[in-house]
Design a protein around this ligand. Structure first.
Ligand code: HEC
Ligand code: HEC
Length: 89
């Protein structure tokens, strides 16, 4: 390899390293999770072993659309998505 080509490769590698560090910093600054997760109680225990989309259909038995839509008025939740935000942890 010629000298200039070597320098170019080195420069590209340095840029690559900086990009990786930048991405890691960006990810580590992500905000805390504030969405309440699925409670562990008699009302919710059965949902922990169900498929997300099946369980989601049952949430509205208790979380009536009027209440749920009032809380989520910015997002209009779809019952397929409840458990993507309200994590089961
Ligand atoms: C049998 C009735 C019932 C069903 C079905 C039900 N919930 Fe609930 N849920 C409740 C009640 C009552 C509360 C309030 C008391 C509590 O926090 O447990 C609640 C509270 C919650 C909370 C608030 C927890 C907090 O920390 O503030 C979330 C989130 C939630 N439910 C999500 C869901 C999701 C998602 C589903 C469907 C997978 C679901 N619920 C199905 C009765 C139910
Ligand atoms: C896009 C993400 C998202 C989706 C989808 C979603 N939620 Fe939520 N939900 C939130 C957030 C964020 C809050 C907290 C709102 C607040 O406290 O102001 C919340 C709050 C709640 C609460 C009240 C918790 C409390 O402490 O009072 C219940 C109950 C709830 N969601 C049930 C549901 C159900 C049932 C579905 C599906 C139909 C659903 N959510 C879909 C993000 C979501």
């Amino acid at each position: 390899m010629s000298q200039t080509k070597k320098k170019k490769t080195l420069l590209i590698n340095i840029l690559f390293a900086f990009t990786l560090v930048g991405i890691l910093l960006f990810l580590s600054r992500a905000p805390e999770i504030t969405t309440p997760s699925l409670p562990h109680d008699d009302d919710h225990n059965r949902f922990f072993s169900m498929k997300k989309k099946v369980a989601g259909q049952l949430c509205v038995e208790c979380h009536l659309p009027d209440d749920v839509y009032e809380i989520h008025k910015d997002t209009t939740p779809n019952t397929n998505r409840c458990l993507f935000c309200h994590r089961r942890d």
